[in-house]
Write a protein that binds this ligand. Structure first.
Ligand code: GLN
Length: 191
């Protein structure tokens, strides 16, 4: 199985090292040719405005959007979730806009917005380690979207068909369960 990790900016190296530990072949995605043979894609955390500009400047935007709309399993963490969202609260910016969610950026405040907790994720289990760094949360979801986790009344993980999003960063913890969950999504898609 080959999983691509968008490797332009942000926390991509951490995702890559976990995938390797889990015996997955990883492709670092830097241009559209890199997308050709992948069976799943992770869009990491970082800075969504920067990443959103880079995917356009580096001419990968159209191919990415087409692949995701065509059913490629994709997981966006934090800024990756913002890139996938159809709508950003009080902001007209649109990035890939493939998933029917409205997200609020820096939703916990800019300065004190980083914290850790443990919580339940549907389909994954109890006490999943969650690291939030100037994180967004999901303000509302469309009716095809399944809410997977709610922390302090805010939606922090959700799934719509082939698209998984988390507000937090599982790649910065020792808890690999969300990576395993995504790998299963990719396996099921290959079948
Ligand atoms: N605050 C960042 C943004 O809005 C996301 C932070 C992150 O990915 N850790 O793009």
């Amino acid at each position: 199985m080959k999983i691509g990790v968008l490797a332009m900016q942000g926390a991509y190296a951490e995702h890559i090292s976990i995938l390797k530990k889990l015996d997955v072949d990883v492709v670092e995605i830097r241009n559209k040719e890199d997308l050709k043979n992948i069976e799943g894609l992770i869009i990491p955390g970082g800075e969504s405005t920067t990443m959103g500009k880079l995917i356009k400047t580096l001419d990968i935007y159209d191919d990415l959007k087409e692949k995701i709309e065509g059913g490629l399993p994709v997981w966006g963490t934090c800024a990756g979730m913002i890139l996938l969202a159809k709508s950003i609260y009080e902001d007209d910016t649109k990035h890939l806009a493939t998933m029917d969610i409205e997200v609020k950026r820096n939703a916990y405040g800019r300065q004190l917005g980083s914290f850790e907790t443990k919580s339940f994720i549907k389909g994954i289990g109890e006490d999943v380690q969650m690291v939030f760094i100037r994180a967004p949360y999901i303000k509302s979801v469309g009716n095809r979207v399944e809410v997977l986790s709610v922390v302090d009344k805010n939606i922090v993980a959700a799934k719509e068909d082939n698209m998984l999003v988390t507000s937090f960063h599982p790649e910065l913890t020792d808890d690999n369960r969300v990576h395993k969950y995504f790998i299963d999504m990719v396996k099921n898609h290959i079948k």
